[in-house]
Write a protein that binds this ligand. Structure first.
Ligand SMILES: *Cc1c(COP(=O)(O)O)cnc(C)c1O
Length: 366
């Protein structure tokens, strides 16, 4: 079976380096908020080109903490997309704010600017732009729109590690970026972890307090914070795994290139090809097919695992049926959810695996 992720197939050097990192942490006798986290935070900030990074418990908390650090909460509205991980929208709700869903651009699956404008009200305080599948697109236009509307631009970078446009890395375009290091992300921990990146010193100060019970100095709690700290073990493991992030991202981009060049079946369409390959981290390689379910079954029967990101748009979740949205509706999101399919595109795939996926997709009889 060709899988969507295959950690057991990772190079043995990674495993060896991770064992050494685990030993280092165990031997240190220090497990929370220590040198390993500080080191990883410096490294991640420099990777993203921001002044600071704050390690937190997971990607969802990263979004909630960013919102709370900006003072966004009850009475405030935050615009985002209905085609995203549930965590994006749940984080807005957890911060006490009101999520408002914009429709997507079917060419990319990303939030549509016209629809985002349609969602704007005097209560709007921020736009959370999700770099879905790893795509960083039209950033100058998003920065301009957020300035025009007078709202904060926050980036959900959970799928976009190292994706960059015009020399700027995901997370450095807006006021802050939220990263997830969930194991299956392009940079994954051995458990849950996340980070906030920003060059806004005040936001970072507040975020550092909020992740640690709202504590400023020991036993002083000016804010009602959370417990959302990245632990030393995950930080040490991430400092190992980050050494493979660039070659692994290169491999994802190479696989995507092979798919673009060699898949040719009139029943299948691609998302828009990025102008520059660096602008897509290919966390997921997504195609569209009107007979999506049939295609998925065909691939599965022939030994290729696929997944759907996402089969149920946010506004169709039973906990979210009354969520605010673009008054014109979310028709494009709904159609996309019924036609999108994610093909395997992970760095452990061999050339033979990639060729097999290509051949099968091309052979899909419809
Ligand atoms: C994974 C993901 C999240 C949530 O990250 P966790 O670390 O699982 O909390 C948020 N947004 C997007 C787009 C994601 O893919």
């Amino acid at each position: 079976m060709i899988l969507m992720n295959d950690f057991k197939a990772e190079p043995p050097e990674i495993r060896e380096a991770m064992y050494a990192a685990v030993k280092r942490v165990l031997d240190s006798g220090w497990f929370i908020l220590g040198k390993e986290l500080e080191e990883f935070e410096l490294c991640w900030a420099s990777t993203c080109g921001t002044d600071y990074a704050v390690g937190v418990g997971n990607g969802m908390d990263a979004i909630e903490i960013i919102l709370r650090s900006l003072g966004i909460g009850p009475e405030d509205e935050v615009i985002t997309t209905g085609m995203t991980a549930f965590a994006t929208v749940l984080a807005i709700a957890r911060a006490g704010a009101t999520p408002v869903l914009a429709d997507i651009d079917p060419e990319t699956g990303l939030m549509c600017r016209k629809s985002a404008r349609n969602c704007f009200t005097p209560k709007t305080k921020a736009i959370i732009l999700v770099h879905l599948y790893g795509q960083v697109r039209d950033m100058a236009s998003w920065v301009a729109l957020s300035q025009d509307l007078g709202v904060k631009l926050i980036e959900d970078c959970a799928q976009a590690h190292l994706a960059q446009a015009d020399g700027t890395v995901a997370g450095a375009f807006g006021v802050a970026g939220a990263y997830s290091f969930y194991p299956t992300k392009n940079l994954g921990a051995i458990g849950d972890a996340g980070a906030i990146v920003s060059s806004d010193e005040q936001l970072i100060d507040t975020a550092q307090r909020l992740r640690n019970y709202g504590q400023s100095l020991r036993y002083h709690h000016p804010d009602l914070g959370m417990n959302s700290r990245m632990d030393e073990l995950q930080a040490a493991l991430l400092s190992v795994r980050i050494r493979w992030l660039k070659p692994f991202t290169d491999r994802r981009q190479e696989i995507a290139e092979t798919y673009f060049t060699n898949i040719s079946n009139s029943r299948i369409s691609f998302l828009a090809v990025p102008q520059n390959p660096c602008a897509h981290a290919y966390h997921l390689f997504v195609i569209k097919c009107e007979q999506r379910n049939k295609l998925q079954e065909f691939l599965s029967k022939n030994g290729v695992q696929t997944l759907i990101h996402y089969p149920i748009p946010i506004h169709q979740q039973i906990s979210m049926t009354s969520i605010s949205r673009d008054p014109s509706g979310l028709k494009r999101t709904e159609h996309f959810a019924n036609t999108c399919l994610s093909l395997p595109c992970h760095p452990q795939m061999s050339d033979e695996d990639v060729a097999k996926v290509v051949k099968l997709v091309n052979d899909f009889p419809g």
